[in-house]
Design a protein. Structure first.
Length: 103
């Protein structure tokens, strides 16, 4: 399992944005991403339903996954884990932190 963590620029509570997770640099030669699962937790602030940040299903395009994110509570920062399963049965994880601000 490979973990890459970074912080994205903040989004406002009223915005809906598309997050991109690019696994291309982490794939072994000849391997491909076959599915992704996203998990959301809070790393700052309190939100009883952090998974509500996800809007719709993730879209997989080659080695990249796209997920729309909406809402969130002002003052919270969310950790979004995108877990990719590959054709060779490897598990790759890209983790991002998204701060949310009031408009």
């Amino acid at each position: 399992m490979l973990i890459d963590a970074t912080t994205w620029p903040a989004k406002y509570t009223v915005e809906r944005v598309t997050a991109e997770f690019d696994f291309s640099k982490d794939l072994a030669a000849g391997d491909s991403v076959v599915s992704v699962q996203l998990l959301v937790t809070t790393v700052a602030g309190a939100d009883a339903a952090p998974a509500a940040l996800l809007f719709g299903a993730a879209q997989l395009k080659g080695a990249r996954a796209f997920q729309q994110l909406q809402g969130g509570l002002a003052g919270c920062s969310y950790r979004i884990d995108c877990r990719a399963t590959t054709a060779n049965n490897n598990l790759l994880v890209l983790a991002r932190v998204l701060p949310v601000l009031a408009l």
